[in-house]
Ligand binder design. Structure first.
Ligand SMILES: C[S@@+](CC[C@H](N)C(=O)[O-])C[C@H]1O[C@@H](n2cnc3c(N)ncnc32)[C@H](O)[C@@H]1O
Length: 210
């Protein structure tokens, strides 16, 4: 991992924060709604979801590949009432967790960055208990060809600046391909701050492991 991604990106994520943006607050509240029991959060970042964790959560395993993020996250979540244990790792390789280990998995703006979307979702599906739920909030490929074209052109840039971030992934199709049945899904266009239109396509909802 580059020094830029290990040091600057976690600093940027923390400074950028998002506690004051009402749209992001609402999106995170929705994504966290219904989490319960033992939860795995993939791509924990610095822990921006922790203020939205419902009290029905028993424990959180915070999976994160970036040491710089983990270091900042440990400080950021130090006051949390919920027990959070940190595991360094990637969503595509959850071999340290047995099948059906978690009641729920949470991913917010992480599936854009994983190395292999299909492998990550296959692993997420494997570690959720049958009947358990996958909660997601992701920015996704635009439904229209003009914005999708911008996303395709800009993805090499965002992959560099935001450490792996693809703008142009069809994440809903990948969730279904991994074997989840979609319980609820919202496909929203949300302009956050000065964000351009081609960055404003989000999906959020839950998928159930059959
Ligand atoms: C844009 S940040 C989002 C962080 C956090 N989920 C949030 O909503 O604030 C993307 C996160 O995914 C992590 N990440 C990148 N590749 C990953 C992978 N293969 N598996 C799990 N997390 C990954 C990054 O280190 C980073 O913390």
């Amino acid at each position: 991992m580059s020094l830029y991604c290990e040091h600057f990106f976690p600093w940027f994520m923390e400074k950028m924060g998002d506690s004051s943006n009402e749209i992001i607050k609402a999106l995170r509240r929705n994504a966290n709604n219904g989490l319960r029991g033992d939860v795995l959060e993939v791509g924990f970042g610095i822990g921006h979801n922790t203020p939205y964790y419902p009290s029905e959560i028993a424990s959180v395993t915070a999976l994160e590949p970036n040491d710089g993020m983990i270091e900042r996250a440990k400080r950021y979540v130090s006051g949390s009432n919920i027990h959070i244990s940190f595991v360094k790792g990637r969503a595509e390789a959850l071999s340290s967790f047995a099948d059906s280990s978690f009641d729920c998995v949470l991913s917010t703006m992480t599936l854009c960055s994983v190395g292999s979307l299909s492998e990550a979702l296959k692993e997420i599906h494997r570690v959720i208990k049958p009947g358990g739920t996958f909660h997601f909030l992701e920015h996704v490929a635009a439904p229209n060809p003009i914005d999708r074209n911008f996303q395709n052109i800009l993805t090499p840039v965002t992959r560099t600046i935001f450490c792996g971030c693809h703008l142009n992934r069809d994440i809903e199709a990948a969730i279904i391909d991994a074997g989840f049945s979609i319980k609820d899904i919202n496909r929203d266009q949300q302009r956050i701050g000065i964000m351009p239109k081609f960055l404003s396509y989000f999906i959020y909802g839950t998928g159930a492991r059959k």
